[in-house]
Design a protein around this ligand. Structure first.
Ligand code: F0G
Length: 458
């Protein structure tokens, strides 16, 4: 019989201690932080599932490559190695390093958009939306309808609604749509993948109107692996071949290397357009740095060059996708409502269904995040009414369409026993869910309020 157990495909050479706290300490910390986990110091977190961004564990090969980092201001060989690694997978003519993904977004939208434009995306991530709107354009989400039903199973729930895309371009003037974007995987939509068929269909529409297609590539390797697992015709292709094919359909990309670059910082912007690249580099020099380092140290470029390749290894991707799904399936089979199917980098709990007795305006996602911390020192993040709630024209608070709680899994950081622990804590909170109370906002800022908001328990 072939062995079925899937193991972490690495052994551990350096360890970082994590610290247990008592429930009394955690209750005190929560109160001091105004029930906002962004305000709890990280040393008091046992398992940190706040984000998969920049929290990756680097490999011995990456640390070794960092020693080779050449810190020359211009023309560093570290940049040459970085560019070759990016081009090998993504194939674009111009590779522009940036300090992280949102810097690439700012440069892209500043150079490509004008006031009154519309940028369609399957779902804009919040920094993508903010940078697009900052450039005066409308950030329009066009997910397939299935994406808005948490319990609905669909193999490629990250797909764009191509009928609505074509209808939009017909309706507004062509020159009001400077680019179309596809986010792979779709983070705000539950870490769900986009199929190759959908990428091809979106590209065909773009070509018909002469509009460039950009990929928000943060989790490109996880997306490629989902295509290998789920899309007919791709089972025998390597994740690298699939990723190369994904990018062949695009005219450029933005990337946060803090995700599938397996690095702790960094990003880049790519394009095949020579004139645009020149304008982007001019802007880069203004705020990020010379085009051969773009706000990064030479050693960061080296770590990313190695990380991009490691992120495409089959054993790694299999462990990654299986361990995320393990968390999802072990809580879902006990009745915990999650966004189905499990995503690549995170599990999203439907907090509104978990805590139906807490109205959206009492922040069920934040209340649940606080309970997971109080119960077991786990940090997660609300993606719901705190993050996306809006005030109507009379100043009254409006709930977000969904109240989700994201448990994002850092890459190569936690082992299966950590995940088993997280499952146990969630199920304990699930058993006493009826006793959980909602929260009342006591302080908020005008923009990005989730980072600094404070609450009291109802
Ligand atoms: N695009 C997507 C899809 C993202 O998930 C992120 C970051 C960015 C762009 C921006 O990249 O952080 O390097 O500037 N997502 C993180 C998260 C912050 O927690 O999901 P960045």
């Amino acid at each position: 019989m072939p062995i079925k157990t899937i193991i972490e495909p690495f052994r551990i050479k350096t360890v970082e201690s994590i610290r247990s706290t008592t429930r009394t300490e955690r209750e005190r910390l929560l109160e001091a932080a105004g029930y906002n986990l962004f305000l709890v110091p990280a040393e008091f977190i046992l398992i940190d599932l706040l984000t998969d961004s920049g929290t990756n564990a680097m490999s011995t090969e990456q640390w070794a490559a960092m020693m080779r980092g050449d810190e020359s201001y211009a023309g560093s060989p570290s940049f040459t190695r970085f560019r070759e690694a990016v081009q090998d997978i993504m194939g674009f003519r111009h590779v522009i390093p940036t300090h992280q993904g949102r810097a690439a977004e700012r440069i892209l939208f500043t150079t490509m958009c004008k006031k009154g434009d519309v940028v369609p995306n399957n779902t804009h991530f919040d920094t993508t939306r903010a940078n697009c709107e900052f450039a005066g354009a409308e950030a329009l989400d066009l997910p397939i309808p299935e994406a808005l039903e948490p319990a609905r199973i669909h193999p490629f729930k990250g797909n764009m609604d191509t009928a609505r895309l074509a209808e939009l371009i017909e309706r507004v003037e062509r020159d009001k749509v400077p680019l179309v974007m596809l986010t792979v995987t779709n983070n705000s939509g539950g870490g769900q993948p986009v199929s190759m068929e959908n990428i091809r269909a979106v590209k065909a529409i773009c070509m018909r109107y002469g509009i460039p297609l950009y990929i928000d590539a943060c989790r490109f390797a996880e997306n490629a692996y989902f295509i290998k697992l789920r899309e007919p015709g791709y089972a025998d292709k390597t994740p690298r071949e699939i990723a190369q094919e994904m990018f062949r359909h695009a005219d450029g990309c933005t990337m946060s290397a803090k995700k599938d670059g397996l690095a702790n910082i960094g990003g880049f912007l790519c394009t095949n357009d020579d004139a645009l690249a020149q304008r982007e580099k001019d802007l880069l020099i203004l705020t990020e740095g010379f085009p051969t380092y773009g706000g990064l140290a030479g050693r960061d470029l080296e770590a990313i060059a190695v990380g991009l390749h490691e992120a495409l290894e089959v054993d790694y991707l299999n462990y990654r996708i299986v361990s995320t799904a393990y968390l999802g399936s072990h809580i879902a089979r006990e009745g915990v409502p999650i966004v189905q199917p499990p995503g690549g980098h995170a599990i999203y709990i439907d907090a509104r269904a978990f805590l139906p007795h807490i109205p959206p305006l009492e922040f069920p996602g934040v209340a649940l995040a606080c309970e997971l911390y109080a119960e077991g020192g786990i940090r997660s993040v609300e993606i719901g009414t705190l993050m996306f709630g809006r005030r109507d024209e009379n100043g009254a608070e409006q709930p977000a369409p969904m109240d989700l709680l994201r448990l994002a899994i850092p890459r190569r950081v936690y082992t299966q026993s950590h995940v088993d622990y997280v499952v146990e804590v969630i199920l304990e909170v699930w058993r006493r869910r009826e006793q959980i109370r909602g929260l009342e906002l006591t302080y908020q800022t005008k923009f990005l309020r989730h980072f600094s908001a404070r609450f009291r328990r109802k």
